[in-house]
Write a protein that binds this ligand. Structure first.
Ligand code: SAH
Ligand code: DHB
Ligand code: MG
Length: 223
């Protein structure tokens, strides 16, 4: 059995990035503005961002929902997949994060397509379900990990048959393998729900980050 060092994994990630993710001044300045505003550096990696865009393109997404905006980095990747009249709503609890994201989105020239809504996503999503908003062609879940099981149910309520539901951080460095890891409990529950839900066809792609993480990809089969 070959042993893969963390160093080799990072080299493989850089190799893929070098091939498929050309350096992008807009996204670099997005990260710079986010750093200057002292936002936590927990955005998706360039490779994962590129994959999000590809999945949104593959789904032919015209309406996208994101849960957890931070500085808008993943938001911009997703929005780049939208057709001319497409739209994206992104939900963010932290006013300051949302403000930085709105600046970043305006700088990226995507202000007409993206709306950042501030508030607790648990509440905002309930309101959206009750208000008959949607359906969305794609939902990307990437906010507080403890609420993932609830976000999955809301995402389903805001989907149509054929919608994609994606979720970041579903492997968390392997902490989901440890039943004693309290912090990963809800993530494990989310993964198990995703795997057994007859409404979904789903899988998890392991992704190389600072540690190995995972992107869950699910397609709604029926509602
Ligand atoms: N998707 C972003 C990263 C999001 S980080 C990217 O890859 O670029 C997670 C974000 O979720 C943080 O900005 C955090 O403030 C927000 N968040 C945490 N709890 C939340 C909640 N209950 N409702 C909405 N947003 C929440
Ligand atoms: C954390 C959150 C994320 O969405 C992520 O991709 C990585 C880390 C965190 O809260 O630590
Ligand atoms: Mg994340």
């Amino acid at each position: 059995m070959t042993h893969y060092s963390g160093e080799l994994l990072l080299q493989i990630d850089s190799y893929i990035e070098g091939l498929f993710v050309p350096s992008d001044p807009t996204l670099e300045s997005v990260l710079q503005r986010s750093r200057r505003a002292r936002l936590p550096e927990i955005h998706v990696s360039p490779n994962e961002g590129r994959l999000l865009r590809l999945l949104a393109e593959t789904a032919g997404a015209r309406r996208i929902l994101e849960v957890g905006t931070l500085g808008g980095y993943s938001t911009i990747y997703l929005a780049r997949a939208l057709p001319e009249h497409g739209s994206l709503i992104s939900l963010e609890l932290d006013e300051r994060h949302a403000e930085v994201a709105r600046e970043n989105i305006a700088e990226a020239g995507l202000g007409d397509k993206i709306e950042v809504r501030t508030g607790d996503a648990r509440k905002l999503l309930t309101n959206m379900v009750e208000g008959g908003v949607g359906p969305f062609d794609l939902t990307f879940i990437d906010a507080d990990k403890g609420s993932y099981p609830e976000y999955l149910e809301r995402a389903l309520q805001l989907s149509h048959v054929g919608s994609l539901i994606l979720a970041d951080n579903t492997i968390r460095g392997g902490s989901v393998l440890d039943p004693g890891d309290e912090a990963a409990w809800a993530t494990r529950e989310f993964n198990e729900n995703l795997a057994k839900d007859p409404r979904l066809s789903a899988h998890i792609l392991p992704l190389i980050r600072e540690h190995v993480d995972g992107l869950a990809v699910a397609r709604v089969l029926k509602l």
